[in-house]
Design a protein around this ligand. Structure first.
Ligand code: FAD
Ligand code: SIN
Length: 522
């Protein structure tokens, strides 16, 4: 007999995720709105917390909104929504003021912050906190959220599915990671802020939580997903056999660092006139090309030949000390770097108020597709997007909650009552998906590889589905199911786009085509 779960939590608003999008959404929410935040690990564990470079915002006298807009549109390679770009860029100074009010400190002091530069930006406009901007943001946001009596936090809770009744979202099923009980969370409005899906790839800058759960849950709930072929590969993550994933910020190239191949030659001038500060798609593909030419697994980033040691240590203290502990002194030695999966430019389709096609279901942050990034995100535009849209989501939620009542929903039904006898199958399938995506759906794609990838993924999908429906669910099983789902969406989106644009490069369709100047919707 199937057993039922009876644990119920209730709040006006349920926020799934505690990165910049989820936390700032909770901060922006009015005091009278009760909020439950569920987050699948520690409150701080997120891509947001790992952010190094900073937040793009026009503050300098010599900068302008029109310049930030033009840079964003150029990087987006024809697919950005110009109205959204304008709105986000013009909203940025207000959101930065909010951060300052909440205690965030920027390098150089909040009245005249020092501005960094990154690829694709024609001006210095990145506000940062040394090379640990994310830590600073998350620390201050956590403090703010914890001080709100209207907010209740559930750590180590993994949302499993979004519940929809008569076309309206009424809450979610959430797995308590420690007890393995599935609780029913009832809410008038749900905000998905679950971040990206970098873990679909073998090499990624993303933390373990980035398994595309929100995208997969929203698809099952009936939402449209757009532009998932545009996975951004960050050109410079550390190549190391000792370290799982560690980003070397683009801000380092902004301060003059150059990429060199194994012969010691600075190669970016052969690929783009902006050289090392070309947008990421161009730099990542150039590195891929150089590695293939030389038959090597990484290239080098050279800051030691460009800046004096005192500057390097002060500007990049986190990177300096982390690499020192791995035996690399960046003030004297080149850094071995390799591109790795970093950011999902596509996501769950939302309008400019964060609404999806399912009533009372809002989405913010990296999980959302707003139209800002187009075919390639401009560096440091994503923390900004998360902040701008988190505020919109809070306003939208407040407005909706006023006229809504709680809806009941059946408790979770356990379809299996025991854990899989062997954990090895989960490990095997996790690794298989990630390897498959890296080798077949990576920086450079082909029709044959995409077709093969889909075929091979089907086999994995069948096995994962068997375990999901016949055993007790665990956090890894939930994540694996979502990862496979997201991998399929990425492959199918890539198959639909029979051209090369922005981050999507297919050797069988190497040119851009006006026919495909539109979003891929799945
Ligand atoms: P995240 O910050 O990833 O948060 C997602 C949250 O959702 C986490 O709390 C997670 O636990 C939770 N979650 C996920 N699934 C579930 C589930 N099923 N149930 C419950 N909780 C769940 N962008 C910039 O603009 N500037 C930068 O300098 C920058 N640097 C970066 C450096 C690194 C190393 C990385 C990885 C990304 C960087 N980015 C940067 C991108 C940016 O950090 C992210 O796009 C942004 O932080 C995403 O915020 P988010 O709140 O949407 O998601
Ligand atoms: C970086 O610091 O290089 C990451 C910035 C970003 O992803 O926007």
């Amino acid at each position: 007999m199937k057993s039922k779960s009876t644990f119920t939590e209730k709040s006006d608003c349920l926020i799934i995720g505690s990165g910049v999008a989820g936390l700032s959404g909770a901060v922006y929410m009015g005091k009278k709105i009760s909020v439950n935040i569920v987050t699948k690990s520690d409150l701080k564990e997120s891509s947001s917390e790992k952010a190094q470079g900073g937040i793009a915002c026009v503050t300098a006298a010599r900068d302008s909104f029109s310049s930030h807009i033009a840079d964003t549109l150029k990087a987006g390679d024809g697919l950005c929504r110009e109205d959204i770009v304008r709105e986000v860029v013009e909203d940025a100074p207000g959101r930065i003021d909010d951060l300052k009010k909440w205690g965030v400190e920027f390098t150089g002091g909040n009245s005249s912050p020092v501005l960094g530069r990154e690829g694709g930006h024609s001006k210095r406009r990145i506000l940062h906190h040394r090379d640990r901007t994310g830590e600073e943001l998350i620390e201050k946001l956590c403090r703010k959220v914890k001080s709100k009596k209207s907010v209740k936090i559930f750590k180590n809770h993994t949302a499993v599915d979004i519940n929809v009744k008569d076309g309206r979202c009424v809450g979610a099923y959430v797995l308590d990671n420690r007890t393995l009980k599935v609780k029913l969370f009832i809410a008038k409005v749900v905000i998905v802020a679950t971040g990206g899906c970098g873990k679909a790839y073998l090499y990624t800058t993303n933390p373990d939580i980035a398994t595309g759960d929100g995208i997969s849950m929203a698809r099952r709930a009936g939402c449209s997903i757009a532009n998932m072929e545009f996975i951004q590969f960050h050109p410079t993550s550390l190549y190391s056999l000792k370290e799982k994933s560690f980003l070397i910020t683009e801000a380092m190239r902004g301060e003059g660092a150059v990429l060199r191949n194994h012969s010691g030659r600075a190669f970016m001038k052969n690929y783009d006139k902006r050289e090392d500060l070309a947008p990421r798609d161009i730099v990542a593909r150039a590195i891929d090309r150089e590695m293939k030419k030389e038959g090597v697994k990484h290239v080098y980033l050279d800051i030691c030949g460009k800046k004096d040691p005192a500057f390097v240590k002060k500007r990049f203290p986190t990177i300096h000390s982390r690499l020192k502990s791995l035996g690399i002194d960046i003030t004297k030695e080149y850094i071995p770097v390799v591109p790795s999966a970093h950011y999902s430019c596509g996501g769950i389709c939302v309008d400019s108020s964060t609404r999806t096609s399912v009533k009372s279901l809002l989405v913010v942050g990296e999980a959302a597709h707003t139209g800002l990034h187009g075919a390639n995100r401009l560096a440091s535009n994503s923390l900004l997007e998360a902040l701008v849209y988190a505020r919109k989501a809070a306003l939208e939620a407040q407005e909706q909650i006023d006229g809504l009542k709680y809806e009941d929903y059946p408790p979770w039904e356990y379809t299996g009552n025991k854990l899989p006898e062997e954990k090895v199958f989960i490990e095997q399938n996790w690794h298989s998906v990630r390897l498959l995506m890296w080798n077949y759906v990576g920086i450079v794609r082909s029709d044959y590889r995409l077709k093969e990838a889909l075929k091979r993924l089907k086999v994995i999908e069948e096995e994962v589905s068997h375990y999901y429906w016949n055993y007790l669910i665990t956090p890894s099983l939930v994540e694996l199911r979502n990862l496979v789902d997201v991998a399929r969406i990425i492959i199918k989106s890539a198959m639909k786009r029979k051209e090369s644009r922005g981050l999507h490069y297919n050797i069988d369709h190497p040119q851009k085509s006006p026919k495909f100047k539109k979003d891929t919707v799945i």
